[in-house]
Ligand binder design. Structure first.
Ligand SMILES: [Cu+2]
Length: 139
């Protein structure tokens, strides 16, 4: 009985971590083109995001995150990609081929926006120059 309860506890704590889907799209329902389905994903520490290649030609390339976080290698084109977020803070990513047309997005982990200034200083191209401040303004 004791072991059964321990196993039950382990199972229930594991199930709290969510797997959130973000789609990589040529066109979103709001008419925006070359875009992720979510501009801002708000998740909990320990959650995973899986990016789905609904249309071809996209990937995920992180540009910045919380202090001390090691930026992972960018994902392969046209492939599903998952990343588990263990450190609170804002994460900023882009689609490599569409970075100049504003295919960028943020992840906010654990409601922590303390690295907002650092994210605002990341060098971006083209349409992303307007979009990044807009997204940060929503936090
Ligand atoms: Cu793209």
């Amino acid at each position: 009985m004791k072991y059964f309860l321990i196993i039950l506890l382990l199972l229930s704590s594991a199930s709290y971590a969510a797997d959130i889907k973000v789609e990589m799209l040529n066109k979103r329902a709001d008419g925006q083109i070359m875009v992720y389905s979510e501009d801002i994903s708000r998740i909990n520490v320990g959650d995973t995001i899986t990016w789905l290649p609904i249309t071809k030609g996209h990937n995920v390339e992180f540009l910045a995150g919380p202090d001390g976080w090691e930026i992972p290698k960018r994902s392969k084109m046209n492939q599903e990609y998952s990343y588990k977020f263990e450190i609170p803070g804002i994460y900023f990513y882009q689609c490599t081929p569409h970075r100049g047309v504003g295919m960028i997005a943020l992840v906010v982990v654990g409601g922590d926006t303390s690295n907002k200034d650092a994210i605002s200083k990341v060098k971006v191209l083209g349409k992303a120059k307007k979009k990044l401040p807009l997204l940060l303004g929503e936090l």
